[in-house]
Design a protein around this ligand. Structure first.
Ligand SMILES: N[C@@H](CCC(=O)N[C@@H](CS)C(=O)NCC(=O)O)C(=O)O
Length: 217
């Protein structure tokens, strides 16, 4: 039996990011599915994570939360291809991308645009057009920043899998399911080339969640 357990929610982008890093390293792991948004799960979640979020990784009695920390641990603790660049410039750009993801991508592009334009209609829930509009307005400058980084070719380079791709792809993969998101990403060629590769890489395909029926992917 695996001594690595990932507690998460299959549709969560952060859980997908952790799964993608585990897949990239070839780590066999068990999963414990929990929906952190369900009020009845709150108490159980807080026993594992003081802020009640997913994912949480456990390995040999060591528990770690916060996805960037989980990814660092996975990359360092297990054999397999290294996902952390060696050169200072590449490593700095990778960390820059991961900071951008946490600070500027998750809220507007995932919780704003994806959730309201793609997910909530699929499950028959109400849509907040204002949240979509606000997310799209914020998305432009965020994608411009990522395009500049991809065009520089230190990181987000097709064919070179690092931790930043594991964190960013799940979020931009979801964002791109919104028609407006797809259009905005295709207008940024370096980012679009990275996304076309990221989507097809083994780690992304192995870790990809099953969305409710009808999702256009
Ligand atoms: N900073 C956390 C963010 C994790 C996060 O926001 N996870 C979401 C799911 S994608 C969650 O658990 N949300 C539950 C909630 O906000 O109540 C990390 O990097 O792991």
């Amino acid at each position: 039996m695996s001594d690595v357990t990932l507690t998460g929610y299959h549709l969560s982008v952060y859980t997908w990011a952790a799964r993608m890093a585990l897949a990239a390293k070839g780590v066999r792991f068990g999963t414990r599915e929990i929906d952190p948004f369900e009020p009845e799960n709150r108490e159980a979640m807080r026993k594992l994570h003081p802020f009640g979020k997913v994912p949480v990784l456990e390995h040999d009695g060591f528990r770690v939360y916060e996805t960037q920390a989980i990814m660092d641990y996975v990359d360092g603790a297990f054999d397999g291809p290294t996902l952390t660049p060696v050169t200072p410039k590449h490593r700095a750009r990778m960390r820059q991308v991961m900071g951008i993801v946490d600070s500027y991508v998750f809220q507007p592009l995932v919780l704003g645009v994806f959730v309201h334009r793609v997910y909530r209609p699929l499950v028959g829930e109400s849509v907040d057009e204002a949240a979509i509009a606000a997310g799209l307005e914020t998305a432009g400058p965020v994608l411009d920043a990522l395009e500049e980084i991809a065009a520089e070719e230190q990181t987000l380079v097709p064919g070179r899998l690092c931790l930043d791709t594991c964190l960013l792809w799940p979020m931009l993969g979801y964002f791109r399911m919104a028609p407006e998101g797809a259009e905005m990403m295709s207008a940024r060629p370096a980012l679009a080339a990275w996304a076309a590769w990221a989507e097809r890489c083994d780690a992304a395909r192995e870790s990809r969640p099953e969305l409710p029926e009808g999702a256009d992917r």
